[in-house]
Design a protein around this ligand. Sequence first.
Ligand code: THU
Length: 136
Amino acid sequence: MPVDVALLELAEQAGQNAYAPYSRLQVGAAVLTEAGGRYSGCNVENAAYPSGGCAEQHAIAAAVRAEGPGMRLAAVAISARDGRGESIAIPPCGACRQRIAEFGEVVEIAFAGGDGDVVRSSLAVLLPQGFRLQAG
Ligand code: THU
């Protein structure tokens, strides 16, 4: 399912509430579920750096909270602003690619660029041969 303008705007709004005093990178993420739900998250940093969390991670957690363990992802939008407030295009970090893979196989991932351009990619492109635990 394609990322639409509303999902990108939801990500942008979420990023405005980011807690990022250390990196100054304010990230917002919005997910669209297969059920049609839309949920967002922002990065929340911590003085003990590894204890901070990514925007995508928190958006996914909100989706699971709302729809339960059967939640499946259809699309993810990411928005980011640097310390000067400039919009920059960032793809999801490696750990967040793995987090997205846990909840979907065909997932469009879009990130908004500084000049208003939107980079459209997918989980298959960003995480080829990703790890999956074989049930059994
Ligand atoms: N960050 C995200 O929220 N998502 C990503 O995919 C990449 C990085 C956050 C984590 C940290 O708060 C800041 O950006 C700088 O790494």
